[in-house]
Design a protein around this ligand. Structure first.
Ligand SMILES: [Mn+2]
Length: 250
């Protein structure tokens, strides 16, 4: 990759030493930098200015993070819903819609998959264990995050299968109690856990959007398949940027 492409990272707001700070996950930054991307942090207190950020970036990384306020998909909160932040949600939902409209590639990680689904009209389980009536495996693992704990099956002919292989035994880590319930009409399922929990989503007609419910940023240093997800993201960013240049030249 000759040119370096700018990747937007929406930031969570965390109170550190009594001050509200904008924070991003350093492992996600490292995965993008390794493959030639230039990360920029997007503060999320002001959802109304997200269009300016999308115009600045070539791609969007939707990171892991807290739960999503269920009001964004028309539900009331259940007892086991975790921490939420409506400013973060509103900003990320705006970023997804703008990135899709402006053809900027998205890579969603964990919460990122859930944000993608909600932004594009889908719904979530707020808590797998109290809302799903059949067998649900451990998806909030107690093992160290670089270690995979449950397997996923990739969907044949999916873009994800082209990246990590068409396989029913890819071992991934798992750190979520929310998950996609009704999938957006704009997305396809690209991976499932053996209990049926949706573990991957992607856009239907192209590879503009790829998201995984696990955490490749905790695994990419030692796992070639997970590293390939970051490499693929940056090659998608390059491809869509080149398409835009051609359109602009014509
Ligand atoms: Mn899982």
């Amino acid at each position: 990759m000759d040119k370096q492409y700018v990747i937007g990272f929406p930031a969570e707001t965390r109170i550190i030493n009594n001050l509200a700070r904008n924070v991003v996950n350093d492992d996600e930054v490292a995965g993008v930098v390794k493959h030639g991307g230039v990360p920029v942090l997007i503060p999320t207190r002001n959802p109304e200015i997200m269009e300016q950020y999308i115009d600045l970036v070539d791609g969007l990384l939707l990171p892991g993070g807290p739960d999503i306020a269920p009001k964004f998909y028309g539900e009331e909160p259940v007892q086991n819903l975790g921490d939420t932040d409506a400013f973060l949600d509103a900003s990320e939902i705006a970023l997804v819609k703008l990135a899709v409209a402006k053809r900027k590639p998205i890579f969603g990680i964990c919460r990122g998959v859930q944000v993608l689904n909600v932004a594009l009209g889908g719904t979530l389980y707020q808590d797998l264990y109290s809302q799903r009536d059949h067998l649900t495996f451990q998806h909030y693992q107690k093992a160290p995050m670089p270690q995979g704990t449950h397997t996923v099956s990739t969907t044949p002919d999916s873009y994800l299968a082209k990246i990590i292989g068409y396989d029913d035994s890819t071992l991934v880590n798992s750190h979520h109690h929310e998950a996609v319930k009704a999938i957006s009409a704009q997305l396809n399922i690209s991976a499932l856990a053996k209990d049926g929990v949706i573990e991957g989503v992607e856009s239907k007609d192209d590879d503009l959007i790829i998201g995984v419910q696990w955490h490749p940023e905790a695994m990419f240093r030692t796992d070639k398949l997970q590293d390939a997800l970051f490499a693929n993201f940056m090659s998608r960013v390059e491809k869509f940027a080149n398409q835009k240049e051609k359109t602009a030249d014509a």
